[in-house]
Design a binder for this molecule. Structure first.
Ligand SMILES: [Ca+2]
Ligand SMILES: [Ca+2]
Ligand SMILES: [Ca+2]
Length: 272
């Protein structure tokens, strides 16, 4: 574990525990399994995790955030299965995960590659920059989510944009030949995942510099569109309890880094 994380983690966890006690909602739940213990920690984070980013804007902000969030633990692709069972747990049923596009609650153990099961969706399609599933962007759980096998296949490597025909198997999601529109409840989640990837991966490691642009049909270029639509989605669908808890679980239990745009949605407009 890095010096940065071991130094910063302690005050954050203390602050989170204090909030839980004050809220008084976790008493009946198992101590470490209650989603209720993951609560807003933004003020404490600004004094610790984000202290080198606060007050900056534009390229300076992006560079500061890149340095901060690049200090992380990395998972193997097989470890991603167990991680997603924790990060995407259904708050109403701890045996299940909630699938990103369908919103379906499904048994954690019903994962795999068969029709009707859930698998690991790369929200930043792994062909956009061709990073595959070796340890790196292809195993970064900030953008990996449980999805229905067939819906994952339908989304494929398409860029994100509004429009198309509604998916019969996933109402509220739309697609045409060159783009995919997720349901309203996760539009902002998708946008913030894409923009996290753009800040985290800047081409200073063995992987491509991932960046959003305002196009579709990006093919294998390390680009993802459409930026103008993603910015709109982030505004229309601000972070909710599920998304914030997910960020906390990744930070505390798995990668020890955060998605800054979940903690500070206004940083989307400050950079782009
Ligand atoms: Ca389209
Ligand atoms: Ca949402
Ligand atoms: Ca980048």
């Amino acid at each position: 574990m890095s010096r940065r994380h071991s130094f910063y983690a302690r005050p954050l966890l203390t602050a989170a525990a204090t909030v839980t006690v004050l809220a008084g909602t976790a008493a009946a739940a198992p101590a470490d399994a209650s989603p209720g213990r993951y609560t807003a920690t933004a003020p404490a984070l600004d004094d610790t995790y984000y202290q080198d980013a606060v007050g900056k804007t534009g390229a300076e902000l992006k560079a500061a955030l890149h340095t901060i969030i690049s200090d992380q633990t990395k998972l193997s692709y097989s470890q991603v299965w167990d991680a997603l069972k924790a990060t995407d747990e259904d708050p109403a049923n701890s045996s299940n995960v909630v699938l990103l596009y369908t919103g379906r609650s499904q048994s954690k153990n019903d994962n795999g590659g068969n029709s009707g099961q859930w698998n690991r969706e790369h929200v930043w399609a792994k062909s956009h920059g061709d990073f595959g599933t070796s340890t790196g962007p292809g195993t970064d759980i900030h953008h990996l989510r449980p999805t229905d096998v067939q819906v994952n296949s339908t989304r494929g490597k398409k860029d994100f944009d509004n429009g198309g025909s509604e998916l019969g198997s996933a109402p509220g999601n739309f697609t045409d030949s060159d783009s995919f529109e997720p349901r309203d409840e996760v539009k902002g989640d998708v946008a913030r995942m894409i923009l996290y990837m753009a800040v985290r991966y800047e081409g200073d490691d063995s992987f491509a510099d991932l960046e959003p642009n305002d196009q579709v049909n990006n093919g294998s270029a390390p680009k993802m569109g459409k930026l103008s639509v993603l910015k709109q989605w982030s505004q229309e669908d601000p972070p909710d309890t599920f998304e914030k808890r997910r960020n906390d679980v990744i930070f505390e239990q798995f990668q020890h880094n955060r998605n800054p745009f979940i903690d500070h949605p206004e940083w989307v407009g400050a950079i782009w």
